[in-house]
Design a protein around this ligand. Structure first.
Ligand SMILES: C[S@@+](CC[C@H](N)C(=O)[O-])C[C@H]1O[C@@H](n2cnc3c(N)ncnc32)[C@H](O)[C@@H]1O
Length: 155
């Protein structure tokens, strides 16, 4: 799809950002709230010689400050917040772009019966999936690999 500008929410230690940067040669921006993880990610990015923009802070505050369009947005941060990021992701994504949301099925709990202490989180994820699947500006497919990945194309 000629992905040239990618945004990731939740850098972790930089694994996916580095893979996307090296594999696709895309311009990658990634957001991480945890200072220790951001530091590790910066070290890893430097070790691989990648040119990645890492923004340290809370995605809820940073997303409204970014300028689109992005070709891919990879949501891999706090699952309970995905629905709160959705409108900003929609604004930032170009037409034909992909919103890739990771871990949307979590151990099968989202489509089944979650343990009591995980019910609130699962409810947030279900609301997010409903939002995605009912939005006429997106075409969404959910893949059952890993903990579930939703791939939503902006029409
Ligand atoms: C699953 S890990 C990301 C893994 C990474 N995407 C990868 O594939 O290598 C989720 C990350 O989201 C970060 N995170 C959690 N809440 C966040 C927030 N509000 N804003 C930005 N990052 C956040 C966590 O600190 C954690 O490092």
């Amino acid at each position: 799809m000629g992905a040239d500008r990618i945004l990731e929410v939740g850098t972790g230690e930089g694994l996916t950002a580095i893979a996307l940067s090296l594999g696709l040669g895309a311009e990658v921006t990634t957001i991480e709230r945890d200072a220790a993880r951001a530091r590790r990610a910066r070290e890893n990015i430097a070790a691989f010689g990648c040119d990645i923009r890492l923004i340290e802070g809370d995605a809820a505050e940073i997303l409204p400050c970014l300028e689109g369009p992005y070709t891919i947005i990879f949501l891999d941060g706090p699952k309970a917040q995905y629905k709160n990021y959705f409108q900003e992701c929609k604004r930032l994504l170009g037409h034909g772009g992909l919103l890739v949301s990771d871990d949307v099925l979590l151990y099968g709990w989202v489509r089944g019966d979650p343990p009591k202490k995980r019910r609130m989180l699962i409810e947030h994820i279900r609301e997010y999936l409903n939002l995605l699947q009912s939005d006429p500006d997106f075409e969404t497919q959910i893949f059952e690999f890993g903990e579930g990945v939703a791939v939503s194309k902006k029409l």
